[in-house]
Design a protein around this ligand. Structure first.
Ligand code: TYD
Length: 211
């Protein structure tokens, strides 16, 4: 099973991914956690270029191709082999981030991005995508608190420095895209306590496992 988590900054993806990993393990499944950008060796280099605050001069198209390159490598070198080894793979962000950040956020055509994703993903779409949804201001505030705690502002802060209007377009884009892909993308309210949010995610996963 291949599960991905999506959402704007500060939705608490990391906490929920840890909980879902423990849940699968309690059922005796082996879990492989990964992320984008940066899930492969080459991807680690691409991640530095993509997220560093010094990359402000990157064009939208360059940014797009770097994310797609990261994904193609991630799929071929990491995700497919781990799935073939029988593991549950959970990725923190995947193809929908490109549609929502580079598409709805930056203004590139979401349909074109979906076609480019088809090339990068090479037939390996997630079985289930959890979209954690939260108010933009609440999310950004949470992300800022986390970054200060983890000291990550300078190294990986490029997206957090975008305007509120950018993040609002991304959030609305995610909700629109989820409505267009109802079978795969399930929306979970991320405003509650971690346990409340997870209860909802667990329900979505159980439904998928039963189906
Ligand atoms: P990360 O530090 O992993 O952020 P988060 O904790 O919010 O997941 O940084 C990933 C950033 O890259 C995030 O701001 C979203 C952005 N991104 C894109 O713009 N397009 C993509 O295709 C992907 C995978 C990520």
């Amino acid at each position: 099973m291949f599960v991905t988590f999506e959402g704007i900054e500060g939705t608490g993806k990391t906490t929920q991914i840890t909980k879902l990993k423990e849940y699968f393990e309690s059922m005796g499944r082996e879990v492989f956690l990964t992320l984008e950008p940066g899930g492969s060796r080459i991807g680690t280099e691409l991640r530095k270029m993509l997220l560093h605050v010094d990359s402000k001069d990157i064009t939208s198209i360059t940014e797009l191709f770097l994310y797609l390159a990261d994904r193609a490598q991630h799929i071929a070198q990491v995700i497919k082999p781990e799935l073939e080894a029988g593991k549950v793979v959970i990725s923190d962000r995947f193809a929908d981030s490109t549609v929502c950040y580079q598409g709805y956020g930056r203004g590139l055509d979401p349909k074109l991005l979906h076609q480019l994703n088809e090339v990068a993903v090479d037939g390996c779409w997630p079985d289930l995508t959890i979209l954690l949804d939260i108010d933009v201001e609440v999310g950004l505030k949470r992300a800022m608190t986390r970054n200060m705690r983890d000291g990550k502002t300078q190294e990986e802060g490029r997206f957090e420095q975008e305007h509120l209007s950018f993040h609002s377009r991304v959030r609305e884009g995610y909700l629109t895209w989820a409505a267009l892909n109802r079978d795969r993308i399930k929306v979970a309210d991320a405003s509650g306590t971690p346990d409340e949010v997870f209860a909802n995610i667990k329900r979505l996963v159980d439904t998928k496992l039963a189906g």
